[in-house]
Design a binder for this molecule. Structure first.
Ligand SMILES: C[S@@+](CC[C@H](N)C(=O)[O-])C[C@H]1O[C@@H](n2cnc3c(N)ncnc32)[C@H](O)[C@@H]1O
Length: 304
């Protein structure tokens, strides 16, 4: 067994893979984690990963992991069968690895020693890395929410959002599309963009060149003492956590919005129609108005 610094990417379940007792966390979805991109070549003794679901994103993460692990160091990558698991072996083989594959709890687990010579890693790093998406004219990266197109719910909110004023926040800002629209109002004094995905925040930083914008790689659910008495919050609230529908996540976003708004402040929210927002908003806001309803989405404006 090799000694040295172990890497961990995400949180694979303990009954799927053996997790190292001590490891550096590299997941871009865990605020505060080290960026794998910043880890020197061949500096890690091993890497244990819950490989991400998107193909470009996963190949990028695997390539980064292989680059960072020293030759002979073990790379263990697990993924649910229907979220990339069945592709892991071939993807690692394409990088020059000899792979041993097992299955446990609906996951595939691919284990290999990092070979001396890697193939195809540079292409995977380019294809999965940050890039300017020409159709959008914005920076983004595979793996980020709706990374290469405007999400239809976001587009709907953009259509109906009035000019805002004062200090506010964009909860789950992604690459900054809503915040960019908000900042077209000269009456906006400040907007804090928050996202749990470091890649989104890095892209938003490139997409928004405005001294009124503050960017935070953070979990919206965590308290932020600087965020209080806001005039507005905008959000296209997430309802997936780790690929599974999680209604409490969106409800927690709504709760946080009510917490950070001043009396009379407004929360503009677009959401999938099937999600039970009314129930979450009623006890928290003085009034919640359904502004727009389409076959798929609803826009609410809720005031404290
Ligand atoms: C539906 S997307 C909207 C993104 C962007 N506002 C847009 O309209 O394109 C929701 C965003 O919330 C982020 N997110 C999910 N859970 C979060 C959390 N707990 N804290 C902060 N951001 C979170 C996701 O990374 C994603 O970028």
């Amino acid at each position: 067994m090799s000694t040295g610094i172990a890497g961990l990417y995400g949180t694979p379940a303990a009954d799927v893979v053996d997790r190292p007792a001590e490891a550096i966390q590299f997941s871009p979805l865990m605020p505060g984690a080290t960026a794998l991109e910043a880890q020197g070549d061949a500096t890690l003794a091993s890497m244990t990963m819950l490989a991400p679901p998107g193909t470009l994103e996963r190949r990028y993460a695997l390539a980064q992991a292989l680059r960072a692990v020293m030759p002979g160091g073990m790379v263990t990558a697990a993924a649910p069968k229907d979220h990339g698991g069945t592709r892991l072996r071939k993807e690692l083989q394409a990088f020059g690895c000899t792979v041993n594959e097992t299955a446990r709890r609906h996951h595939r687990i691919a284990v290999c020693a990092r070979p001396e010579t890697l193939t195809g890693v540079d292409a995977a790093l380019t294809e999965g890395g940050p890039r300017l998406v020409e159709d959008l004219g914005l920076w983004s990266q595979p793996g980020v929410f709706s990374w290469d197109r405007i999400d239809p719910a976001t587009a709907l909110l953009l259509e109906h959002l009035p000019p805002l004023a004062g200090r506010g926040a964009d909860f789950g800002c992604g690459i900054g599309i809503l915040a960019r629209a908000v900042l077209t109002s000269p009456d906006v004094k400040q907007i804090t963009l928050i996202d749990i995905d470091r890649r989104a925040i890095d892209a938003a930083r490139r997409n928004i060149d405005d001294p009124r914008a503050r960017l935070r790689w953070a979990d919206v659910r965590d308290a932020d003492p600087e965020m209080t008495g806001l005039d507005f919050v905008v959000m296209n609230a997430p309802f997936h956590d780790g690929g599974n529908e999680d209604r409490t996540l969106a409800q927690n976003f709504v709760r946080r919005a009510a917490d950070v708004l001043r009396k009379g402040g407004a929360c503009w929210l677009v959401a999938n129609r099937h999600l039970p927002y009314e129930a979450a908003m009623k006890p928290l806001f003085k009034r919640a108005e359904l502004k727009i309803e389409t076959a798929r989405y609803k826009i609410y404006m809720a005031q404290t």
